[in-house]
Design a protein around this ligand. Structure first.
Ligand code: SF4
Ligand code: SF4
Length: 618
């Protein structure tokens, strides 16, 4: 194909204009990211997990395909198509200057043609889904999405038409210009639209903070969390600009699904809008015009959003960061929140009981005190110490531990781990709670702990690291699963127990099988429609158990209905917070709900079961 100097000049002008328009918008985003403050706690190493994640989530598109197989595969085909087209596109422009390096009819061109067909079909499918099926979480449908889809489709069609026309024909030339026009129009649209993720998301995935839902520590006394734009770090800004607006986070958010105004996608897009309007030096509060304070405090910290996000956006640091900003600057006012903080300050527990109540319970039930000689320190937590149902779970676990011959003792004084204060943004109070406990535990020679509460386990294991605490703590499901062979097995008349995954056990720590193994010793495990990684929150996390839930349907009622849909004999749980939420949810859902038992209670009950034919008496 021959190009006159006039054609070359026109191409050069159009190409320069297109690249300049791209750069103008892209550089503004890049400036906002780079001018954000540095992440004080960011560690690039270890690199191994970063490269593995990059390979799996970016190159292999493993996450999107696994989460939503059909649309995920369609998205992956478009992504791989873009990669395959990179060399073809450079070659396409080079052709005009007589510098083409991929011969017409070469194997690579045919290979890309196969991709073009697949991409065209994938784009048609995705467009149909967005504009005809219209999933709620993809709303609002934008004309921009339609335009981009059309442009990608047109690129594929014009590429395929190349094979139809003789190389030097006029039709081939017209088709070449058509392909070029679409290309040059498409390029500046990338940074203008959510398609900026094409450029940024590989970086976002690679530079994710280590650790799921990990809350970065405050960087000294001058750090109050995310109050204004000045508090946004580069990672926050990079993530805000990388959102692809797929709505997966919103689709899985229990708050959003029950009619709250919280929409995790909007938290991220709100941060992006803030950066576009005020920049990273903005002194306007982040919670206000672009992000709602009410929404930030409706989050149960279940982690479903972060778990689902295909481009590595970590919602929890955003949400907790915003809460920190609001709490530390006195902008958040909530009577339930104030009561909770006062209870923690005055009584050292979230339920507001005098600590002597715990001592009375321990002594009445003859729970041994930890004296350094026992294998485990049994961490009771606020619920296990003061809540009637939580106490029953602790007693059931104590009974099973005795049956298994495992030595344990409880601490004489135990304060709340600081979990609800931490998740509600009150780091000062969290630090007080954590440090008082750490001192007490070090004095008592505690090294190994077991707890019935996944929130306590997570806080002690991860959040307390800020204070150089390195206690080994496990959830009772882990311990019981390890010893499950020594628990009675009941094969006769097995009841059906539907198991509710606690977010802080499942998504936060990847423990799904252990509680099921414990239940399976004596009953049939039933999984609700939303279970394991896709489990639906009970509504208690993030301090919300103490705040009340005024808007929309209650999350615990929604979850109770999901569990009841399996028609279980028993509802099983493995967290005292889930337990209390599900108890209320089940009671609200049906007049005579099935019994609700923790796995420790299920294991303890199996000790009383009459021996079945296939097992000898203990
Ligand atoms: S952590 Fe859970 S409740 Fe909070 S925004 Fe994410 S999905 Fe919604
Ligand atoms: S934050 Fe992640 S999951 Fe949510 S819309 Fe953006 S890209 Fe999708």
């Amino acid at each position: 194909m021959h190009f006159s100097w006039v054609e070359k000049a026109i191409l050069l002008v159009l190409l320069s204009a297109s690249v300049a328009a791209f750069w103008r918008t892209f550089s503004a985003a890049l400036r906002n990211i780079l001018e954000s403050k540095k992440d004080s706690d960011f560690r690039l190493r270890p690199l191994g997990p970063r490269f593995r994640k990059f390979f799996w989530e970016v190159l292999a598109q493993g996450l999107v395909i696994r989460q939503r197989p059909l649309p995920g595969l369609a998205h992956a085909i478009v992504f791989w198509g873009f990669l395959a087209f990179a060399a073809i596109t450079i070659n396409h422009i080079a052709l005009a200057f007589g510098a083409a390096f991929i011969p017409a009819g070469s194997g690579y061109k045919l290979f890309v043609a196969a991709f073009a067909l697949a991409v065209a079909a994938a784009i048609a499918g995705l467009t149909f889904r967005r504009f005809v099926i219209r999933p709620r979480w993809l709303e609002p449908v934008s004309a921009e999405s339609g335009l981009i889809a059309f442009l990608i489709f047109a690129l594929m069609v014009t590429y395929l038409l190349e094979f139809q026309f003789p190389e030097s024909s006029a039709a081939a030339k017209v088709n070449w210009w058509a392909h070029t026009a679409v290309l040059l129009f498409f390029l500046p649209l990338i940074p203008h639209t959510k398609h900026l993720h094409l450029v940024l998301s590989p970086l976002t995935v690679f530079l994710e903070r280590h650790g799921f839902s990990r809350i970065p520590p405050l960087a000294g006394d001058e750090d109050f969390g995310l109050d204004t734009g000045k508090d946004l770090t580069r990672i926050y800004s990079l993530q805000a600009y990388s959102c692809v607006e797929c709505g997966r986070c919103t689709e899985h958010c229990p708050a959003n699904n029950t009619g709250k105004i919280l929409d995790p996608k909007q938290i991220i897009l709100g941060t992006r809008s803030y950066l576009k309007e005020y920049g990273p030096r903005g002194t306007e509060p982040l919670l206000g015009k672009h992000i709602s304070m009410e929404a930030a405090f409706q989050c149960t910290t279940c982690g479903a959003c972060e778990f689902q996000c295909p481009v590595g956006i970590q919602h929890l640091p955003f949400i907790i960061g915003l809460r920190r900003g609001a709490v530390n600057t006195g902008k958040w006012e909530d009577t339930h929140g104030t009561d909770l903080f006062l209870n923690l300050e005055r009584h050292g527990n979230s339920l507001g009981f005098a600590h002597t109540e715990r001592e009375k319970f321990i002594e009445k039930n003859r729970l041994p005190y930890f004296d350094g000689s026992q294998e485990y320190c049994l961490w009771m937590g606020c619920m296990g110490s003061y809540d009637p149902q939580g106490r029953e779970i602790v007693l059931a676990l104590a009974r099973v531990l005795k049956h298994l011959g495992i030595g344990f003792g409880v601490l004489r004084r135990e304060k709340c781990t600081g979990d609800p204060a931490r998740r509600l943004g009150n780091d000062y109070l969290f630090g007080e709670m954590a440090q008082a406990n750490i001192e007490q535990m070090r004095r008592s020679g505690v090294q190994r702990l077991v707890s019935i509460c996944p929130h306590c386990v997570r806080t002690i294991l991860e959040d307390w690291r800020e204070f150089d605490a390195e206690f080994r703590i496990e959830h009772h499901s882990e311990l019981l699963a390890r010893y499950s062979a020594q628990l009675p097995a009941n094969q006769a008349g097995r009841s059906r127990i539907v198991f509710h995954d606690a977010c802080y056990l499942g998504r936060y720590r990847g423990i799904y099988d252990a509680p099921r193994e414990v239940i399976a010793r004596s009953a049939e495990v039933v999984n609700p429609a939303r279970s394991r990684k896709r489990g639906f929150c009970c509504g208690a996390g993030g301090g919300l158990a103490f705040l009340g839930e005024e808007k929309g349907k209650r999350v615990n009622l929604e979850r109770a209905e999901q569990l009841l849909a399996t028609r279980p004999d028993v509802v099983g749980a493995a967290c005292p917070f889930c337990h209390t939420m599900l108890r209320d949810g089940l009671a609200a859902a049906v007049p005579q709900p099935p019994p609700l038992l923790d796995i420790a209670q299920i294991a303890a009950a199996s000790l009383d079961a009459p021996p079945t034919a296939d097992r000898p008496p203990d």
